[in-house]
Write a protein that binds this ligand. Structure first.
Ligand code: M3L
Ligand code: AKG
Ligand code: FE2
Length: 423
């Protein structure tokens, strides 16, 4: 099968981009495209047509697809292809001879062949153990609240890298804590409230509202979508002691388990664990489906660990367990627990009024020691999507790796650009 490419145009293209091959060289419905650094990638014609970002195919303000994907002929082939230093122009043989333009930067960012190994968020995760106590990630309230957003970006990046970050110098009030949370995005309202405060008065039926010690856990295991971030601010602790905060990097502990006991890691990655929140007479939370989700969850494509879900106290009856896996599963959680409570994993810190702790609740487990006296903590949950959205927007604003990809933006009449590197 060959294309109907005008030969002149093809040879001009090959002169301009000697590393370019086109469909006429192949027996497939593919274009070979030159990308930056002499990288070669291939795109199906149907994929290119479906990804046209011109204003009639992609709404420039709403950034939503307008092209009718299902009217693209399955065997579509371009009638004209032209490569320039900016990008690739492809004219499709539709009745209107539709012309599409793909900046090289966009093609490089989105190519699927060869498959890309990439982390869209650009941050290397730093796995940590007890030694993080020497220099835990921290930023000041002033920096985070600064209008330039550069402090906010640093805060969210540190949460992305370490799974938590302190903010110091926060006025020890509900209003200031709320304002800080809202720098990230909407607070997630739950059965505990929007911005919640808690003390040992059982005003909610949960052991957090007692003086008891709480082992390392993630919150909201009983939700289908556990909150992405949790923020804590110790407002006061009068006439008593204890109540130290425990942090454990679930990704670090998971990496140990994987190394030491791959079979047990596999069990925790496969067996769903049900959970419930049933301390209030008017509510009974369980995830959907009620059999729950595995303790360790992974990216379907890259197989990377993406989420730790673990609260042994909130675990429901294990009525979905495969009878053949019961002993093995208990072996797995026993070993997981042993690594979680190892002094090498635990980071203990005493919170004080004025310091807010933000935790990635999909990665870092938290707990506290028992206490006495009157201790009041406030805080909030924020959805993972709100946090990731803000981080992504700030990456585009501040990270030169994202800026570099945005160089071929063509502004539209409303001043927004069509060529967003991540779309
Ligand atoms: C944070 N706040 C005090 C509001 C609620 C605490 C809920 C703790 C619950 N057992 C869970 O694991 O989710
Ligand atoms: O009291 C604390 O410091 C933390 C309690 C807890 O785990 C929670 O509120 O989610
Ligand atoms: Fe908790």
């Amino acid at each position: 099968m060959t294309t109907s490419l005008p030969p002149d145009d093809l040879s001009a293209l090959q002169k301009q981009h000697p590393n370019l091959f086109h469909l006429s060289n192949l027996d497939l419905k593919l274009s070979r495209l030159p990308l930056l650094h002499r990288m070669i990638s291939r795109s199906h014609h149907i994929w290119l047509r479906d990804h046209c970002r011109c204003p009639t195919c992609f709404h420039p303000a709403a950034k939503q697809r307008l092209v009718n994907t299902f009217q693209i002929p399955p065997d579509i082939k371009p009638i004209h292809v032209h490569g320039s230093t900016e990008g690739l122009e492809v004219v499709s043989p539709s009745t209107e001879h539709h012309s599409s333009f793909y900046p090289w930067s966009w093609l490089r960012e989105h190519t699927y062949d060869p498959p890309q190994q990439k982390d869209h968020h650009g941050n290397e995760k730093v796995l940590w153990g007890a030694k993080i106590a020497k220099s835990p990630p921290a930023i000041t309230y002033e920096e985070v609240m600064d209008d330039s957003d550069s402090g906010l970006y640093k805060w969210l990046s540190d949460i992305d890298r370490f799974g938590f970050c302190f903010v110091s110098g926060v006025p020890p009030t509900l209003e200031a804590t709320e304002g800080l949370c809202e720098r990230i995005g909407f607070i997630r309202e739950t059965q505990y409230g929007k911005l919640w405060t808690f003390t040992a008065d059982l005003s909610k039926g949960d052991t957090a509202y007692t003086t008891m010690a709480l082992g390392a856990h993630t919150d909201n295991t009983y939700f289908t979508d556990p909150s992405g971030l949790q923020l804590f601010h110790l407002l006061s602790h009068i006439d008593g002691s204890g109540g130290a905060t425990l942090l454990v990097d679930g990704f670090y502990v998971a990496s140990l388990l994987k190394e030491l006991h791959p079979d047990l890691y596999d069990i925790l990655s496969r067996v769903p664990v049900p959970a419930h929140a049933a301390g209030e007479p008017t509510a009974l939370y369980q995830p959907s489906p009620p059999s729950g989700y595995p303790t360790l969850q992974h990216d379907i494509l890259t197989k990377e660990l993406t989420q730790v879900r673990w609260n042994n106290d909130d675990r429901s009856a294990m009525s979905h367990l495969d009878p053949n896996l019961v002993e093995k599963w208990y072996d797995a959680i026993r070993t997981w627990h042993k690594l979680l409570v190892s002094p090498d994993s635990e980071f203990w810190v005493q919170l004080t009024p004025g310091t807010v702790l933000a935790i990635n609740n999909h990665r870092v487990l938290h707990g506290r020691s028992a206490f006495d006296g009157k201790r009041q903590v406030c805080g909030a949950y924020i959805g993972m999507d709100e946090y990731r959205s803000k981080l992504t927007v700030l990456q585009e604003k501040f990270d030169p790796r994202f800026k570099a990809l945005a160089t071929h933006e063509s502004p539209t009449k409303d001043g927004r650009s069509v060529w967003n590197p991540i779309l």
